[in-house]
Design a protein around this ligand. Structure first.
Ligand SMILES: *Cc1c(COP(=O)(O)O)cnc(C)c1O
Length: 388
């Protein structure tokens, strides 16, 4: 029997979340952001659901080729643009739209031989200071692109650093929004500003005479069912459904006495007699090693659909959980019982990945992208529960 760990991608949830984002920005087109192999879910696995989007945004040219190999003929946007001049050949051949964020990328375009002029998205650094032209340099970059025969259409794009919170400035986005609006006021072209957080939280805000959602929104994490602004909101607040379940099973049960410890480093000492379940999932599967399992706080876990907690340190291939809550008023747990690390239990309960990420001091993004290659995947096309 193979090791009983399984990641399941839920296509109905992806379809639902995509519609949720479309409802938040009904007058905009939606890019499904599928970078990092669709946030770890798999481009090919998610494609049957995400093809309902208007386009795909990603940054790895090999991933763009995979989408074309799936016969996707619609828009694909490279959100970091080209990494070297010859990447433009692939853009011409596969009809990829690409971001232009620096002078070198304009130089490469100017030297590129093509019969097919490109659609480009000129990136503004409106305050995040990662990629793009500063507002003062934006117009001259636009004019340079506009003079190139290799360029067909220029669209305008920027990215918010704090759309998920109000840490910086009044609402997190006003300073960047003002910078973008002022520098682009009389430039023609389609516009794209919003990631998931901005789409859910701010899509209706004004941008000149239109809405902030503008021509294109770029939906990433919300598609996969995580709240982009957790813990201010949880996935249920935004009506998002988990698109990935990481599940395993108990492979052993230990009866420990008060004062006995569990796992490496003996970080958990049983305060009273307890039954502990040993689960076939560890950090080599992508479960965060830093998830807490100490005496005061344990990362949440579902055993037979009942919420309980991690105890002790996560090892490479195993972790341990308190079986108490699952056994209260129920039969004793045994090897083979279902354990959900995050996502959806066959018993109906849901454990949002955001809660596990928060407990481990990280974000859902990191956990979803980190599911290890050794974990087998299944696809739920409406027939979940999938037996593992
Ligand atoms: C990753 C990314 C997105 C999607 O962000 P989410 O927070 O996952 O919605 C949008 N735009 C750019 C430029 C990105 O890099």
């Amino acid at each position: 029997m193979p090791r009983p760990i399984l990641a399941t991608v839920h296509l109905p949830a992806l379809r639902h979340n995509l519609e949720r984002l479309q409802r938040a920005a009904p007058d905009s087109r939606l890019w499904a952001v599928v970078k990092a192999n669709a946030y770890g879910h798999g481009i090919e696995r998610t494609f049957p659901a995400l093809r309902a989007a208007d386009g795909f945004a990603l940054l790895d040219l090999a991933e763009a080729e995979r989408l074309r190999a799936l016969d996707w003929r619609g828009p694909i946007l490279l959100i970091e643009g080209c990494f070297e001049a010859r990447d433009l050949e692939l853009c011409s051949r596969l009809n990829l739209w690409h971001v232009v964020h620096c002078e070198e990328q304009i130089d490469w375009l100017a030297a590129h031989k093509t019969h097919q002029p490109h659609r480009v998205f000129l990136k503004m650094n409106s305050g995040m200071n990662r990629l793009g032209f500063r507002p003062a340099a934006y117009r001259s970059a636009w004019a340079r692109l506009n003079a190139l025969p290799q360029v067909d259409e220029i669209s305008l794009i920027t990215h918010f650093s704090d759309a998920d919170s109000a840490r910086f400035g009044a609402d997190g986005i006003a300073h960047q929004l003002d910078a973008f609006a002022a520098a682009t006021r009389d430039l023609p072209g389609e516009r794209s500003l919003c990631n998931s957080a901005a789409t859910l939280r701010h899509a209706g805000r004004e941008l000149g005479s239109s809405a902030l959602a503008a021509d294109w929104v770029r939906g990433g994490i919300a598609l996969y069912g995580s709240a982009p602004d957790h813990p201010a909101h949880c996935s249920a607040d935004w009506e998002l459904q988990p698109a990935l379940t990481l599940a395993s099973r108990l492979i052993a049960v230990q009866q420990v006495q008060a004062g006995e410890s569990v796992g490496y480093g003996s970080t958990f000492v049983a305060p009273h007699a307890m039954r502990i379940g040993v689960v076939a999932c560890g950090y080599a599967d992508g479960y965060p090693r830093h998830a807490p399992g100490g005496p005061d706080c344990g990362a949440p876990v579902l055993v037979r659909g009942v919420r309980t907690r991690l105890v002790g340190r996560v090892s490479m291939d195993m972790l341990a959980v308190d079986l108490g809550p699952a056994e209260a008023d129920a039969s004793p747990c045994q090897a083979g019982d279902e354990v959900v690390l995050w996502g959806r239990s066959r018993h109906g309960a849901v454990l949002p990945v955001d809660e596990v990420a928060q407990a481990a001091g990280t974000l859902s993004y990191e956990l979803l992208c980190a599911v290890a290659p050794r974990v087998p995947f299944a696809v739920d096309d409406g027939d979940f529960p999938t037996a593992i």
